[in-house]
Design a protein around this ligand. Structure first.
Ligand SMILES: O=P(O)(O)OC[C@H]1O[C@H](O[C@H]2O[C@H](CO)[C@@H](O)[C@H](O)[C@H]2O)[C@H](O)[C@@H](O)[C@@H]1O
Length: 369
């Protein structure tokens, strides 16, 4: 009897480890509520979604060009449970999170890529599912909701296609926010031309860099796109150079080219996301400032009864997590299926869990009031 029991337990452990290993190797699994492994794409995007950590086992030839979301497999296998203990699932903790929310006003901040849409090879095809769109629409009817993306504002708006939200593009350097007076942290960057007939006005703290950004874009397109797989993306106030499809032998060359453009434009800096290098103006403005800006313009900044919830998957979202932590109000939630160094307090594994979380939030609001 004992022997059979031991055999069953061993079998279960091996099965679980295998599932984790499959994930690391790039299969997207459904984690929602069952332990059954289902090898199916969760979203209906035409392109097969990629697990963003798919290359974590590959040895890199160029140590400088790294995907910051990477971590090695043995760490994942051994460390995931303890990471989850430090960053509990926002789904499993939902009741607890909502206990403090009844008297509060929730404000939602959502990243786009990797949060509302799965990571795919072609940045132009990172569509969100109709189900996700419907969920975001519903949740935004109950709570003020803003999308804060690294994409250009127009592009992220084209992907999301909802008009009951606020949008910030270029990592917060292009914000369309309500036209009420701005009270605090944004002060030094104010350059708003208020259009009185509109209820929203653009806030673009890096506007003076636009001519230089256009030039960088032109040079990079000439220089970099000759490298097979490299892709240059115009993100309005910043430029992305994608290397997801570049052969590793070309990483060094690509990095060299990008850095040589930067040397000629010292007022710009380089940051890295998921298989992407991002060139942006060196100004003290990020997604965290965008969160503060929205709270200011919504007139909520100094309210004690607000509960900002920020959900994001990328390094640039860490600035926003820090702001929310610093306010000691609200919940920063990271989207990740592997352990990561983060300022978030809670976690969700992937966009499918984000959708479940958002629809639960809408349901909670419907029944709570
Ligand atoms: O702030 P975000 O909305 O998360 O934008 C960050 C970057 O997202 C996009 O790139 C990432 O998603 C692509 C599509 O899934 C993927 O191909 C790429 O490898 C990822 O890095 C976007 O294309 C970038 O411009 C954004 O900066």
């Amino acid at each position: 009897m004992n022997y059979i029991f031991l055999l069953l337990v061993t079998f279960k452990i091996i099965k679980r480890k295998l599932m984790q290993l499959k994930e690391i190797m790039g299969f997207q699994t459904s984690h929602s509520h069952s332990t059954k492994w289902i090898p199916q794409p969760i979203f209906k995007a035409k392109e097969v979604p990629i697990d963003v950590y798919e290359n974590s086992l590959i040895q890199r030839t160029t140590p400088n060009l790294i995907d910051h979301s990477q971590t090695n497999s043995s760490y994942i296998l051994s460390g995931y449970d303890s990471w989850m203990a430090r960053h509990p699932s926002a789904l499993n903790s939902f009741e607890r999170l909502m206990k403090t929310a009844t008297e509060k006003r929730i404000i939602l901040f959502l990243d786009y890529d990797g949060t509302l849409s799965p990571i795919v090879n072609d940045p132009d095809r990172a569509f969100m599912s109709e189900e996700m769109r419907a969920t975001v629409h519903e949740v935004a009817t109950y709570f003020p909701t803003a999308i804060i993306s690294g994409r250009s504002r127009d592009k992220v708006q084209d992907f999301v296609k909802l008009n009951n939200l606020y949008y910030a593009g270029s990592h917060g350097m292009d914000i369309m926010a309500p036209s009420v007076p701005i009270t605090s942290s944004a002060g030094e960057h104010i350059e708003i031309s208020i259009n009185k007939s509109c209820t929203e006005v653009p806030f673009q703290p890096a506007k003076k860099y636009l001519p230089a950004i256009r030039e960088i874009l032109r040079i990079l397109r000439d220089e970099v796109e000759e490298i097979k797989g490299a892709m240059v993306e115009d993100n309005g106030f910043c430029v992305s150079v994608h290397f997801r499809l570049v052969q590793e032998k070309d990483y060094g060359l690509l990095e060299e080219k990008v850095k040589s453009v930067l040397e000629k434009h010292p007022q710009f800096c380089l940051t890295e996301g998921k298989k992407v290098m991002e060139i942006r103006p060196s100004i003290n403005w990020n997604k965290g400032n965008a969160v503060e800006y929205f709270l200011d313009t919504l007139g909520l900044s100094s309210c004690n009864d607000i509960l900002p919830v920020y959900i994001g998957d990328d390094r640039t979202d860490e600035d926003a997590f820090k702001v929310i932590q610093g306010r000691e109000q609200g919940y920063p939630i990271i989207v990740s299926s592997v352990p990561r160094e983060t300022n978030a307090l809670y976690s969700l594994r992937d966009p499918s869990e984000v959708q479940i979380f958002l629809s639960r939030l809408a349901k909670w609001r419907k029944t709570a009031y």
